[in-house]
Design a protein around this ligand. Structure first.
Ligand code: FE2
Ligand code: FE2
Length: 205
């Protein structure tokens, strides 16, 4: 028997060493990825609400409105992911942690970092897996969320660059109720991401 076992182990060792050091995110199932995204969106919603309160207390009303609009958007993403999770026969699960709140500047930096990760790493990885699985509903909800995160990152970047001039200012932000796309200006006709008519947009001030 030993003669047969040794060559098998040698083959196994060769195969194992050819694998990447860290398991790629795509190794997880689309259902697991949706749960991770649901958890992330649920935590982002709670965190941005806390950041909004902090901004208000610092006299950063415009930043407070931006965080409130983004919080609404993340809530929409969580609800959209939850629908797909349920359609796959599972129950959405999130562990919402107590947000770590710092100064508004630091909160904006943390938010920009989180959005950039979702835009560049998390959602692209999850989308790759969903495409591999041919899961159309998952592709749609992940794609719509990613498109909104791109806008969130842009808005946080702008807020950081213009933080001093934003102080004392007020503004309304517009959120698509279907996909969470967020902007400082109302779209001309429809949401550029989900094509929802502008008449249905939410105004957050
Ligand atoms: Fe989101
Ligand atoms: Fe976001």
């Amino acid at each position: 028997m030993r003669l047969f076992i040794i060559p098998s182990l040698a083959i196994l060792a060769t195969v194992t060493s050819a694998l990447p050091a860290a398991a790629p995110t795509t190794a997880k199932s689309t259902l697991e990825n949706l749960q991770t995204a649901y958890n992330g969106e649920s935590n982002a919603h709670a965190t941005y609400l806390a950041y909004s309160e902090k901004a208000k207390s610092e006299g950063h009303q415009k930043v407070a409105s931006l965080f409130a609009a983004a919080a609404r958007s993340e809530e929409i993403h969580a609800a959209n992911h939850a629908k797909v999770i349920r359609s796959m026969g599972a129950e959405p699960k999130a562990e919402v942690k107590k947000p770590q709140v710092a100064s508004s500047k630091e909160n904006l930096q943390a938010a920009l970092k989180g959005e950039s990760y979702e835009r560049d790493t998390m959602y692209p990885d999850f989308l790759a897996r969903a495409r591999k699985d041919g899961n159309g509903d998952a592709i749609q909800t992940l794609n719509l969320a990613r498109t909104a995160e791109i806008e969130h990152a842009k808005l946080y970047k702008q807020a950081l660059a213009e933080l001093e001039s934003w102080k004392g200012a007020t503004a309304s932000f517009y959120v698509c109720p279907v996909c969470g796309w967020t902007s400082m200006t109302m779209p001309a006709e429809r949401c550029p991401s989900s094509f929802t008519p502008k008449s249905r947009f939410l105004t957050v001030a």
